[in-house]
Design a protein around this ligand. Structure first.
Ligand code: ZN
Length: 342
C-alpha cells in the first residue's frame, strides 16, 4: 500500500552538469561524460533506496532535458540550428531544435540507464519518456506543415518512435513506463481530442504498467508566475481526466500538494491508479511526514487505498541536491505514517 516514487527527474551533481538549470551544460564529453552519467545514475539509485522509496527511477541523469534528451537520438532533427520558440502556449521561451525531415530512431535512447537500474536495484523500476504532445510543443517544425493537421501527424510520428523505445525498455526489465505530458494541462481540448490517442500509440503493445504524468511544470519562475494567473481553482484536469479514464493507460500522476487543484477531480479517474503529488517542487521547504500523510488522507476520499501511489508533484531537476534528498525522505516517511494511520 502507498508505494512511493518520484515523478522523474532529480538534480544533477555539480561534477556532471551545471546545477539548478533546466537546460544545463554538461561538464565533460565523450567517454568521460558517458561514465559521469552512469555514476550519477548509480548515486541516485542508492539515494532513493536509502531514502526509503519503493519504486526507483534513473533520475534522468543522462539527459540534458526531459524532452530534448530523447530527441538527441532521433534522425531528422537539426540540433545545430536551434531556434527560439515560445513553449506551453508561449508561457516561456526555449531554444529548441528543428524537425527537418522524416523521423527515425538512430538506435536505443536509454539502454544504459535502464540496464543500470535493473542491475542495481531489486525494487520495481519506473522509466520516464516525454509524451508525444509535449514533444511537439518543445520542438520547432519545418517538415510536417502548419496547423493542427501537421501537429497531429508529427505527434503520431513521435509516438511510433517512443513506442519502439518503450518496448525496448520493457525488454530491459522496466516495470512502469511513464510518459510526461505537461502540455495536456495547457491544450486541454487538443489533449482530449488527439493527445490521448497519440499517447496510446506510444504505449501500444506494452504489457508492463503504463503511466502518464500531468503537472503544472517544474518549480521555475515562469511556471510559478503562470500558476498565479490560474485563479483560485485549477480545473484543467477536469477536461482531460475523462478521456484518460477511457484510455488504455494504467496510472495517472498529478499535482496536488500546495496546488489549487480541487481534490474531488481525482474521482474522474475511476478505474485508474493515481500517483498523488504530495511533495511541492516549487518550494525548498521540506514537507513534514504529517503534511504528506494528510495529503494522502485527503486524496483517499476519492481514490481507493490500493490505487493510491504517493509521488512528487513534478521532477526535482532544478532544485539543490540537499533539498531534493530531504524531500525524498519526507515522501517515504509520510507514506509510512499514512500506512500506520490506516
Ligand atoms: Zn511534471
Amino acid at each position: 500500500m502507498f508505494a512511493t516514487s518520484i515523478a522523474g527527474s532529480l538534480p544533477k551533481p555539480e561534477w556532471l552538469a551545471e546545477t539548478q538549470k533546466l537546460w544545463p551544460q554538461w561538464k565533460a564529453e565523450g567517454d568521460a561524460l558517458r561514465q559521469a552519467k552512469a555514476d550519477a545514475t548509480l548515486l541516485w539509485i542508492k539515494a532513493q533506496e536509502d531514502a526509503g522509496l519503493d519504486i526507483i527511477g534513473d533520475g534522468e541523469q543522462a539527459r540534458q532535458h526531459f524532452v530534448h534528451g530523447f530527441l538527441e537520438q532521433v534522425e531528422g532533427i537539426d540540433f545545430e540550428n536551434k531556434v527560439k520558440m515560445g513553449i506551453r502556449n508561449n508561457r516561456y521561451d526555449a531554444m529548441v531544435p528543428q524537425v527537418v525531415s522524416a523521423l527515425k530512431l538512430k538506435g536505443r535512447v536509454h539502454a544504459m540507464e535502464a540496464q543500470l537500474l535493473r542491475a542495481h536495484t531489486k525494487k520495481k523500476i519506473k522509466f520516464t519518456l516525454p509524451g508525444p504532445m509535449t514533444i511537439v510543443d518543445t520542438v520547432a517544425d519545418r517538415f510536417y506543415g502548419e496547423g493542427n493537421e501537421g501537429r497531429i501527424k508529427m505527434a503520431m510520428a513521435f509516438a511510433e518512435l517512443l513506442n519502439q523505445e518503450a518496448l525496448a525498455l520493457q525488454a530491459d526489465g522496466v516495470d512502469i513506463i511513464q510518459f510526461d505530458e505537461p502540455a495536456f494541462n495547457v491544450y486541454m481540448e487538443e489533449a482530449a481530442d488527439w493527445g490521448v490517442k497519440a499517447l496510446e500509440r506510444a504505449a501500444q503493445g506494452l504489457t508492463c504498467t503504463t503511466a502518464v504524468h500531468i503537472c503544472y511544470g517544474y518549480g521555475i519562475k515562469a511556471n510559478v508566475d503562470w500558476k498565479n494567473t490560474l485563479g483560485h481553482e485549477w480545473r484543467q484536469y477536469e477536461k482531460i481526466f475523462p478521456a484518460l479514464a477511457k484510455s488504455s493507460i494504467d496510472q495517472v500522476s498529478l499535482e496536488c500538494f500546495h496546488s489549487h487543484v480541487p481534490m474531488d477531480l481525482i474521482a474522474l479517474l475511476e478505474g485508474k491508479d493515481v500517483m498523488v503529488g504530495v511533495i511541492d517542487v516549487a518550494s525548498d521547504t521540506i514537507e513534514t511526514p504529517e503534511e504528506v500523510a494528510d495529503t494522502i488522507g485527503k486524496a483517499l476520499k476519492f481514490v481507493n487505498k490500493d490505487r493510491l501511489f504517493p509521488c512528487t508533484n513534478c521532477g526535482l531537476a532544478p532544485m539543490s541536491r540537499e533539498v531534493a534528498l530531504k524531500k525524498l525522505e519526507a515522501l517515504a516517511k509520510g507514506a509510512a505514517l499514512a500506512r500506520a494511520r490506516m
